[in-house]
Design a protein around this ligand. Structure first.
Ligand SMILES: *Cc1c(COP(=O)(O)O)cnc(C)c1O
Length: 210
């Protein structure tokens, strides 16, 4: 099987398995435009990238050709890249500090959507809002900064059972009436779906090992 064929095969198998249970976000970080095109040609529209510069280089031409694409930023956003990020991405899924949302709000209103990243495991090396600060932060983004927040995202600690983290995220989203739950990656997407994920983020499961 060629690389292109295996990308399509992986994608179709996933779609079959997941069905209507959740949306598949194809995570195309480090993947070349050539390997992304077959997915675009097959009609897939939801993609995630984790770096602003890489996304600009790859997706400016691709979006010109496939204008229906929805591109999400799923990596940490540096404050000096906000303008570029708001121009290439349709959604910033990693709101993770007051300073960041204050700066983003200076560019609003835009037609962009946002998600809030929760550091459910309170890991010091990870970005994201701590669980005990989440309620205040979510309210701040929505009520004070008037951002169009659609949902929450988390990446559980590697050495822990993900399900309790996903369950916490869901409870938090419910409490604030947020629709989208981006949880689950190639190794744990079925657990995410089991806890109510509306979006699963799949990289290696579609494109192969990076
Ligand atoms: C890379 C990445 C993914 C996809 O990871 P895979 O294990 O390759 O599916 C999902 N979410 C985020 C935030 C990522 O950086």
């Amino acid at each position: 099987m060629s690389e292109k064929e295996s990308v399509i095969k992986n994608y179709q198998n996933l779609k079959e398995e997941i069905g209507q249970q959740a949306k598949i976000m194809a995570v195309s970080k480090t993947i070349s435009a050539d390997s992304i095109v077959p997915l675009l040609e097959s009609g897939h529209l939801l993609f995630g990238e984790n770096r602003v510069m890489e996304a600009e280089e790859k997706w400016l031409p691709l979006k010109a050709k496939y204008p229906q694409v929805k591109l999400h930023l799923i990596g940490h956003l540096q404050k000096n890249k906000i303008k570029e990020a708001l121009s290439i991405f349709d959604s910033i899924d990693t709101l993770d500090s007051y300073a960041l949302v204050d700066k983003i709000a200076e560019y609003e209103p835009t037609n962009k959507t946002f998600m809030i990243e929760i550091n459910t495991g309170s890991e010091p090396q990870k970005s994201g809002i701590l669980p005990e600060e989440a309620d205040d932060f979510i309210r701040y983004c929505i009520n004070e900064k008037k951002l169009n927040v659609t949902g929450l995202i988390c990446i559980p600690p590697q050495d822990q059972e993900p399900s309790p983290h996903f369950a916490f995220l869901k409870m938090l989203a419910r409490r604030h009436n947020l629709q989208e739950l981006s949880m689950g990656m190639s190794h744990d997407y079925m657990l995410g779906i089991g806890q109510g994920a509306t979006i699963v983020r799949i990289g290696t499961g579609i494109f192969g090992a990076r």
